[in-house]
Design a protein around this ligand. Structure first.
Ligand SMILES: [Zn+2]
Ligand SMILES: [Zn+2]
Ligand SMILES: [Zn+2]
Ligand SMILES: [Zn+2]
Ligand SMILES: [Zn+2]
Ligand SMILES: [Zn+2]
Length: 583
């Protein structure tokens, strides 16, 4: 059953499960006059409201109905394009390899019989600008998988729906391969992520990683790296603008090359310091040392941290007073002090209690002696859980405890599958396989990384797979082989045409008709096919499948011969043959 234009879908509220459904039906109904409302809505539901998939299903359904009613397949089988060869081959590779469900990409000419049979269909009319831009960016990524995605997004914005410019640009980009690369983008993004994380930290965040930052950064027993020293000198030059370098170096010497001690020594000399630049500005050009970044962040938050620490002390004092009144203060069996809150106490895995001050001192001694942190009670050798130590120890001491725990657990083969943080190498076991992000608990690192691609956390974007040289070479061979294999040159004007599916009689834009099978110019009508040498459309798909599998086979063979055994990250032939079986 079909509905005329006078039908108002909204008068039938029983039909819809949501306003979105009604809205979709409104726009899709005119496109598919041969389909019923139920058919349209069922397709929408079956495809989980995915617009592209739904349209694809509906296009197929309406094609099938047209074939049924007219008795033979739609004659509109030709695929060619006024831009000539390249755009057409983009269509083929684009619509074949980029989409497993046969959807078409916005902003790029469409070349398959299913879309040409409903002439007015343009995805542009249905997909919001934002989504179109995303789709187009992903489409570009299919052809230039090693390109900087920011750059591709810019291009998608710049071109809008201008198909001619898109083709021209893609053509030259694929030939010259001269565009910003993905690898540089990823490096840049990792740096940005770290800078953003430290740049947006507040006093509470910072105290979470550095329980006693003042002590930690005043300590002159630290050994600075070369990069750290360069960072310190560069920063001192900025905040002591106009002070001669001799004096700066003198201050640096006093502070043993460390940022905060050197800064204090210079201030003690009576030199006034200027404002601190923001991290993102300061590190615009230079690489940074992570310890330096942490120290600089402390400098930025110093006042805030002091206020926060003061506040915490006050709160604690009144909590102790409260507890004293109610008689809930606890005594530490080790130091025999008796004014501890419950929150001051720590325990071993068997539940022996001791105060956090005693545990902290004990842990520091254990680390120095290369021993694991055990219970403080004389007759107990149980260990103390990491969670009991985490907010207590300075980051470097806690990192040592972690290393020790890790080593002994490895030795005892207690842990099954260990994964290492790609940034600091700290290893962790994952019990929950569904977790996608590695949240490093090493306080000196604290990076969040994708467990799959080992890059810094990139949710909600898909993983970035970086191709190596061989993978790029192999992919290009396959791409070439594919377009060669299913490309036909018009015998008259030499324009290149790709056949996606349909009848074997091909009509070129120049008006010439030729046979896909024997490639000869043929007259009007189907006399050529009656002679028995070439078939019309009955076996046209078979022929196309044959060409395609031949192209895939030859491409893969050439890859084996020239590049060798290579595992492709972006395989243009993937799913291709399976897709064809499905068609
Ligand atoms: Zn104690
Ligand atoms: Zn114990
Ligand atoms: Zn780490
Ligand atoms: Zn990833
Ligand atoms: Zn021609
Ligand atoms: Zn022929």
């Amino acid at each position: 059953m079909a509905f005329g234009n006078g039908y108002d879908a909204f008068q039938d509220p029983e039909l819809f499960r949501s306003p979105e459904e009604a809205e979709f039906l409104e726009s899709a109904r005119n496109m598919f006059p041969s389909l019923s409302n139920e058919q349209i809505l069922n397709a929408w539901r079956a495809n989980n409201s995915d617009l592209e998939r739904t349209l694809d299903t509906l296009l197929r359904a309406s094609d099938a109905q047209e074939v049924d009613s007219s008795g033979h397949q739609n004659a509109n089988h030709m695929s060619s394009n006024s831009r000539g060869s390249f755009c057409t081959s983009i269509n083929a590779v684009g619509s074949l390899s980029q989409s497993s469900h046969g959807a078409h990409y916005p902003g790029v000419p469409i070349a398959s019989s299913s879309s040409s049979s409903s002439g007015e269909f343009r995805i542009e009319n249905f997909v919001p600008v934002q989504e179109r831009r995303r789709l187009r960016t992903e489409f570009f990524r299919g052809f230039l998988p090693d390109a900087d995605p920011d750059f591709l997004r810019e291009k998608a914005e710049q071109f809008g729906d201008n198909e001619v410019d898109i083709c021209e640009w893609l053509e030259s980009a694929m030939q010259t391969r001269n565009y910003p690369k993905l690898l540089d983008y990823l490096k840049r993004k990792e740096v940005e992520d770290v800078l953003n994380r430290y740049g947006s930290m507040n006093a509470q965040d910072f105290l979470g990683s550095f329980p006693d930052p003042k002590n930690y950064f005043d300590n002159v027993e630290r050994t600075p790296s070369k990069l750290y020293s360069e960072n310190v000198l560069a920063l001192l030059k900025i905040i002591f603008l106009g002070v001669n370098e001799e004096r700066l170096r003198f201050g640096l010497q006093n502070g043993r090359g460390l940022l905060i001690p050197s800064l204090k020594s210079l201030q003690d000399l009576g030199i006034k310091r200027g404002p601190l630049p923001s991290c993102s500005v300061f590190f615009q050009r230079d690489a940074f040392d992570l310890t330096f970044l942490q120290e600089m962040t402390y400098l930025r938050l110093e006042t805030e941290i002091e206020t926060e620490s003061g506040l915490r002390k006050c709160q604690k004092r009144s909590a102790v007073n409260e507890a004293k009144k109610s008689g809930t203060l606890l005594e530490c069996a080790i130091c025999c002090m008796d004014d501890f809150l419950v929150s001051d106490m720590r325990e071993c895995v068997r539940g022996h209690l001791f105060c956090s001050t005693c545990l902290k001192r004990h842990a520091e001694i254990s680390v120095a002696e290369g021993k694991h942190v055990s219970c403080l009670h004389a007759d107990c050798s149980e260990s103390v859980a990491l969670s009991q130590l985490r907010d207590l120890l300075s980051p470097n001491v806690f990192a040592s405890v972690l290393r020790y725990v890790q080593k002994t657990e490895l030795d005892n083969a207690k842990l099954g599958h260990l994964e290492a943080c790609p940034f600091c190498g700290f290893e962790m076991e994952f019990e929950d396989e569904s977790l996608t992000v590695f949240e490093c608990i090493n306080p000196l690192c604290r990076m969040n990384t994708c467990r799959k691609c080992k890059r810094s956390d990139h949710r909600p974007l898909l993983c970035y797979n970086v191709e190596d040289d061989n993978q790029v070479k192999a992919r290009r061979i396959l791409e070439e082989s594919l377009s060669e294999g299913i490309l036909r040159q018009c015998p008259k004007c030499k324009r290149e045409i790709i056949k996606i599916e349909g009848c074997n009689a091909m009509t070129c834009l120049c008006g010439a008709r030729f046979c896909y099978n024997c490639r000869q110019i043929i007259d009007r009508g189907y006399a050529h096919f009656d002679r028995g040498r070439c078939a019309t459309w009955a076996v046209a798909d078979e022929l196309y499948k044959r060409d395609l599998s031949l192209a895939v086979e030859q491409g893969r063979k050439r890859v084996r011969e020239t590049v060798g055994d290579v595992k492709l990250l972006h395989d243009p032939t993937k799913n291709l043959l399976e897709d064809q079986k499905r068609l």
